[in-house]
Design a protein around this ligand. Structure first.
Ligand code: URA
Length: 237
């Protein structure tokens, strides 16, 4: 497969990659203190008590539903998108429209099911006409995303598209330059420990629907994530 050659995956055995990332501090070895049930309950409480009634920015005025997150509270893999679109606003579930259907296929291609992952967005209400969220809207909503990351404590994050990748990495760099390699996402947890989560930026599925010729690059990014998670890579001819 072309993506394999492009990223030289064949030459990087999984244990070596993991060891290197651990040595660089790029893979958290901290074990979570919360049980799965506790994570689930705390996520539900964050949604119910803070997000559902949120009026911290103007996006609340046009929403039908807030769109908090979906999937396994204990997921090893978290996807972060930009913000809800029409279908997500109607249903209250992230990534259920056309882009979501492509994301589901990408997850299946990785050998996983959507319910094995945790999916959320940087803003929880739909921006009008699907415009990019404005800076003040992102600032108002970011504490909810931080809460989700701290509760789920995934082993790997995939940020979908430029807005999510730039927010997570605090950079103005283009997605074309950010994707294709792991970055460190760092935060201090409630116990005061520095947690580092490897983050792979890649193209947003909505962009891939418009530019299908870029799918191979995203597949290469996702195979690096699979390798990090110890998932079986597809056979190469
Ligand atoms: N695009 C996003 O970034 N998030 C969604 O939930 C749906 C489409």
């Amino acid at each position: 497969m072309q993506a394999d050659r492009l990223f030289g995956l064949k030459d990087v055995p999984v244990p070596r990659l993991l060891r290197e990332l651990r040595e660089q501090g790029s893979v958290s070895s901290a074990s979570t203190v919360l049980s799965v049930e506790s994570k689930r309950q705390k996520l539900e409480a964050l949604d119910r008590e803070h997000v559902k009634g949120c009026t911290k920015c103007r996006l609340c005025e046009g929403r039908t539903n807030t769109v908090f997150g979906d999937g396994d509270a204990d997921a090893r893999l978290m996807f972060i998108g930009e913000g809800p679109g029409f279908d997500e606003d109607r249903t209250g579930v992230p990534f259920v429209g056309r882009a979501g259907q492509l994301l589901d296929k990408m997850i299946v291609a990785m050998g996983l099911d959507r319910k094995d992952t945790y999916i959320c967005n940087i803003v929880k209400c739909r921006p009008p006409n699907n415009r990019d969220p404005a800076a003040d809207e992102v600032v108002a909503c970011t504490p909810y995303l931080h809460g989700q990351i701290r509760l789920v404590e995934p082993a790997v994050i995939v940020s979908l598209g430029a807005p999510a990748s730039r927010l997570m990495l605090d950079t103005e760099e283009s997605i074309g330059r950010l994707r294709g390699r792991f970055h460190d996402y760092r935060y201090t947890n409630a116990g005061g420990d520095m947690i580092t989560i490897p983050l792979m930026p890649t193209y947003h599925p909505a962009y891939l629907l418009r530019s299908p010729q870029e799918k191979g690059k995203t597949w290469g990014d996702l195979q690096m994530v699979m390798q990090l998670l110890g998932l079986a890579l597809p056979d190469r001819a």
